[in-house]
Design a protein around this ligand. Structure first.
Ligand SMILES: [Zn+2]
Length: 85
């Protein structure tokens, strides 16, 4: 069992995983060290962006000023990103 500052926090196992990755400055989902935002690598930042747009019922733009050209993975990303409702 990992002993660190998060061990005794009353939060879920998954949340501890996220917090450890955040502390180590790696993507909180996959652990990638090349971050595109404060907490996510480019792939997961894009996925998060799509999820946020869906939850707000906003337009999902393939090309954005923030992300530029999404590359070929984007269509698959839109299909596979989870929608809660
Ligand atoms: Zn990632």
């Amino acid at each position: 069992m990992i002993q660190d500052e998060f061990t005794n926090l009353n939060v879920s196992r998954q949340r501890k995983y996220q917090l450890r990755h955040q502390r180590d400055q790696s993507c909180i989902i996959c652990g990638n060290l090349e971050l595109a935002t404060a907490t996510h690598c480019e792939r997961h930042a894009r996925a998060q962006s799509v999820r946020n747009a869906r939850n707000r019922n906003a337009t999902i733009r393939k090309y954005s000023s923030r992300w530029g050209n999404p590359g070929e993975q984007f269509d698959e990303l839109i299909k596979t990103s989870k929608v809660d409702n």
